[in-house]
Design a binder for this molecule. Sequence first.
Ligand code: 13P
Length: 249
Amino acid sequence: MRKPYIAGNWKMHKTRVEARDDAADLVQQVKGVDHRVMIAPAFTSLGVVAEVVKGSNVILGAQNMAAAEEGAHTGEISPLMLKECGVETVILGHSERRHVYGETDQLINTKVKLALQHGFEVILCIGETLEEREAEQAEAVVKEQLSAGLLDVKSDQLEKVVIAYEPVWAIGTGKTATPEDADAIHKVVRDEVENLYDHKAAEQMIIQYGGSVKPKNIASLMDKENIDGALVGGASLKTETFVPIVKFK
Ligand code: 13P
C-alpha cells in the first residue's frame, strides 16, 4: 500500500515570522493525520520552521539544493547546510527551476544523486509545457525527464525517491489536469519506473500530482489509482486551504 503524501511548496513566500507562525498552526491542525505531510519554506525560514515541526508529523523540506557540497557557488545552498537545518526532503527539478532558471536534466540528475548520497528524500519534479502537450509530446517529455533525472540512481536508493508530475500549464494557473488526464500520465510514469527498474519499484513509487491542487479537487485526484499525493503551491500557503487538502478523506 502506498501511503498518501501531501506536500506544500511555499516557493518565495512568507517572512521568517510568518513561516514560523503558519508552520506552528499547521502542526496543531494535522496532529494525528496518518498521511505523510511536508512543507518546504524558503531557505531563510528553514531554521525557525525546523524548531516548530520538531517531534511532529510534519516533514521539513527544501525547495532546491546545489549540485555541490561547497565551493565558489554564489547564491547556492549546500546539502550540508540543509542537513544542519534539519531538512529531510529536497524538491529537485521543479518546473520553475527548469524553465525560469535554466536547469537541465543533467544538472538535476547530479543534484538527485548528491541529495540521495546525503540521505535526503528527493521529490523529483517532471512535467510538460503547454506547447509540448499540444504537440502530443507529454508522454515522451515526462519519460525523458524521468529517465534522465534518475540516471545512475540505484534500485536500493529508490525508496527515498518520490516523483511529482506537475504539468507546467497547470501550475499557478487555476487549470488542473482532469483526474483522468493526470492519472494517465501517472500511469506512464509508473510504467517507465518499471521499465527502468522493476515491477516492485513501480508499485512502490509514490507519484504526486501538482498544479492548481485545491480543497475542491484533491479528493477526485486522490481517488485515482496512480495518484498517491500532491505537491501544492498556492493552496499550501494558508492553513485554511492546506489542511483540507491534507485531510482529503
Ligand atoms: P500551484 O499549486 O500554485 O499551481 O503550484 C504547484 C507547484 O508548482 C507546486 O510545486
